[in-house]
Write a protein that binds this ligand. Structure first.
Ligand SMILES: [Zn+2]
Length: 480
């Protein structure tokens, strides 16, 4: 297993990553509350943690990646009431769209998406433990509140003082709470809303305890990595710590807390109230999934990323096309001739450099998942290969395979170069080769009408030809 350092937001330090039960790694990422379609900001978080899971797996860790689905909460209930639909059905629909978007973006590392409402018995069990330990109390209306004053380290993660959280005169104090900062972990039933029986009367879970009951059940009272975007630190993660550590008596809940920076739209956080939300599906349609994924991870994950709706996606698509150009040429050459196609050797030292670069890419990424620097190194590689010019197209199969290694790494770990790249393998690409050879023979005998006809037919079939000094290359027609 490779040596990995991770910045932990709770201790505010980079530390060597040591799983509790190596090689197993429990990874939990706060998932979507699907009351509305996912927006372009969500994509950044979930693509980044997909890279984390891919990388750890490559390095020999056995990652169990859980991402919950908050399929019942106040926002879902309010939105469903507006639409006259059922909150659970509404959540199901948006979650389906979200999964489809993730699939298009190449996010396939999540092992399990637990739905909160499937864990009500575990949630009630955890609330019961808190009540037994004197950390939570039932109010007169049948709700259960967490008593923040009983958990001294509350506020440590976010660096907030509990006194500061006390509202001034401007905030109305809830008469059911002992103290204003207390939060509901069980909400007394309201007519017309989903509810479950409990020792405290009918009701439904509060948001924070859904996550902690799920993680306790699936990952244990303590686990390795907790991830999310930075806007969930307070109050959500602060509450998760208070609930989980309070209920189990074990700390820390997560050995490492990883918080990704937000995607800002023209300098502001995307929010419904500001009306500046770009849906994820729209962004995928505009940029294509590959360039969008590239855009997300071509930044340091903890920094905010300023998204410019006019420029970001087009600039990223251009850069991504530059990055992948030598890769596409290699794939095309291999698709036509096979991995053992005859040709020249790689220039001295270049194949070795490819292997060294792969090692360096792993090292770079193992320093707190520095995707930005890894991508910068890949650009360097693309420049080197581009400098070979036409010579690249004359290389033999074994040389091409070796020079492709850094791109293979990018596909495996970063999830880039996946779409369209799929070197149309096997018979299909051989048939394109047959058609190209037939066209070359037609041109050789001066039958240019026939040559053009073959070219046009291929184009209609989705293949574009490019004639160069060292022969004819082809590439798939881009549909994205
Ligand atoms: Zn959460």
């Amino acid at each position: 297993m490779r040596r990995v350092t991770i910045y932990d937001s709770r201790t505010r330090a980079s530390r060597l990553f040591q799983p509790l039960h190596p090689p197993r790694v429990g990874l939990y990422v706060c998932g979507l509350t699907p009351y509305a379609p996912a927006h372009v900001g969500h994509g950044r978080t979930f693509v980044f943690f997909d890279v984390v899971a891919r990388a750890l797996r490559r390095w020999g860790y056995r990652v169990f990646y859980v991402q919950n689905v908050t399929n019942l909460d106040d926002k879902l209930i309010a939105r469903a009431a507006e639409e006259g639909s059922d909150p659970l059905a509404l959540a199901e629909r948006h979650f389906g769209d979200y999964r489809h978007a993730m699939e298009r973006l190449g996010v396939r590392s999540v092992n399990y998406y637990p739905f909160a409402t499937d864990y009500v018995p575990e949630i009630i069990g955890q609330i019961g433990a808190l009540v037994d330990r004197g950390l939570a109390y039932r109010s007169e209306d049948g709700s259960v509140y967490y008593e923040v004053a009983k958990f001294p380290s509350y506020g440590e993660l976010s660096g907030q003082k509990v006194e500061k959280l006390r509202p001034g005169a401007r905030v109305e104090v809830d008469p059911h709470k002992r103290s204003p900062e207390d939060f509901a972990i069980w909400k007394a039933a309201t007519p017309g809303e989903p509810s479950w029986e409990s020792p405290w009367g009918p009701g439904r879970p509060g948001w924070h305890v859904e996550d902690t009951a799920i993680t306790e059940h699936l990952l244990g009272a303590r686990y390795d990595l907790h991830g999310a975007a930075v806007d969930l630190i307070f109050p959500h993660h602060e509450a998760e710590i208070a609930i989980a550590e309070g209920a189990s008596g074990l700390a820390p809940l997560a050995a490492f807390w990883m918080h990704g920076g937000l995607l800002l739209l023209s300098g502001e956080k995307m929010s419904k109230s500001l009306g500046n939300i770009l849906p994820l599906d729209t962004a995928i349609e505009r940029a294509g999934p590959g360039p969008l994924r590239f855009y997300y991870i071509n930044s340091q994950y903890r920094s905010p990323l300023d998204f410019d709706p006019e420029k970001s996606l087009s600039e990223s698509a251009e850069a991504y096309a530059r990055l992948r150009q030598p890769f596409d040429r290699i794939q095309q050459a291999l698709a036509l001739g096979g991995d053992d196609r005859p040709g020249e050797e790689a220039p001295a030292g270049l194949a070795e450099a490819a292997g060294e670069l792969v090692d360096q890419l792993d090292t770079t990424l193992a320093e707190d998942f520095n995707t930005r620097e890894a991508i910068a190194s890949l650009f360097g590689w693309s420049r080197r290969l581009s400098e070979l010019g036409e010579r690249l197209d004359r290389l033999g199969g074994p040389a091409l395979v070796r020079l492709r290694a850094p791109y293979d790494w990018a596909r495996e770990v970063l999830g880039l170069l996946e779409e369209g790249a799929a070197a149309p393998s096997g018979n299909w690409s051989k048939m394109v080769g047959v058609a190209i050879a037939a066209r070359a023979r037609a041109r050789a005998r001066g039958d240019f009408a026939e040559a053009d006809r073959i070219r046009d037919e291929l184009q209609r079939a989705g293949v574009v030809l490019e004639d160069g000094t060292s022969g004819t290359r082809w590439k798939p027609v881009r549909t994205e």
